[in-house]
Design a binder for this molecule. Structure first.
Ligand code: NAD
Length: 256
């Protein structure tokens, strides 16, 4: 379905980004990966799906590096047809103790990076008359949790940006939507499981059950594969008129 298209997935060396990149690649899209850590093994996993894969190591907190990545995408693939703004980090602390440097980093990486990548990717999508922008927000774009001020602020902002992007392009073939996962067991969440286990003297499994039980009625983690399937739907012809939604995949978290 996506043969000949190119998808840039930020933060795709791990977790949800890698799951979405693999789902898009399975539909034939070439992938421009981004993110830190081990690049070679996730790159090989995507290449095994028979598509072209490239990598750019832009730090998503730096607008000049994001611009460099979009220029590289144009050089290597012609243009970006599908942009998945996914890179993100977390820090947990009460507002009065929240390190200012962590606030700035979360706002830059989880929110402003989506603005920069979107503004740079849009002109080529508009010229082509087709494009998909998918913002990986969170249930924390819709509701709050204590001790996550920067993250909740950034994710609410991303949903606002999603709606404006969708409206400004509503009469074109370019759509923009957000995905709002509940708990997904990636390194970002494992750190929170570890912190709970250490604080309460629990095993890894007990801490996971406690985390799910506090928020997610299904008592199940959403998987990167499920989120990848939703991203593929947004890219399908059936997604042509889905514009500006914030779609939960959260086991009932926000239904409560
Ligand atoms: P993860 O830690 O597995 O992956 C994060 C990715 O972002 C990695 O590839 C990492 O290298 C990259 N990254 C981090 N800082 C970066 C930077 N400055 N520049 C470029 N890349 C950077 O985490 P994840 O859980 O897969 O998170 C992906 C997205 O999903 C995030 O936006 C997160 O907020 C969101 N999300 C996660 C959950 C969850 O439960 N895991 C729930 C809702 C939303």
């Amino acid at each position: 379905m996506l043969k000949g298209k190119t998808a840039l997935v930020t933060g795709s060396t791990s977790g949800i980004g890698l799951g979405i990149a693999k789902a898009l690649a399975a539909q034939g899209a070439n992938i421009l990966m981004n993110g830190f850590g081990d690049v070679e093994s996730p790159k090989a996993e995507i290449a095994a799906l028979g598509v072209q894969v490239a990598y750019h190591g832009a730090d998503m907190s730096r607008p000049n590096e994001i611009a460099d990545m979009l220029s590289y995408a144009a050089e290597r693939f012609g243009r970006v047809d599908i942009l998945v703004n996914n890179a993100g980090i977390q820090h947990v602390a009460r507002i009065e103790n929240f390190p200012v440097e962590r606030w700035d980093a979360i706002i830059a990486i989880n929110m402003s990076s989506a603005f920069h990548a979107t503004r740079l990717a849009l002109p080529a999508m508009q010229a082509a008359g087709w494009g998909r922008i998918i913002n990986v927000a969170s249930v924390h774009g819709l509701v709050a949790s204590a001790e996550k001020s920067a993250y909740v602020t950034a994710k609410h902002g991303v949903i606002g940006l999603t709606k404006v992007t969708a409206l400004e392009n509503a009469t074109t073939g370019v759509t923009c939507n957000a995905i709002c996962p509940g708990w997904v067991l990636t390194p970002l969440v494992q750190k929170q499981v570890d912190a709970k286990a250490a604080a309460l003297g629990l095993t890894n499994d007990e801490a996971k059950k406690l985390l799910l039980g506090e928020k997610e009625p299904s008592l199940q983690f959403t998987t990167p594969e499920e989120l990848g399937a939703l991203a593929v739907f947004f890219c399908s012809p059936a997604g042509n008129n889905v514009r500006g939604v914030a779609w939960n995949m959260d086991g009932g978290w926000t239904a409560q």
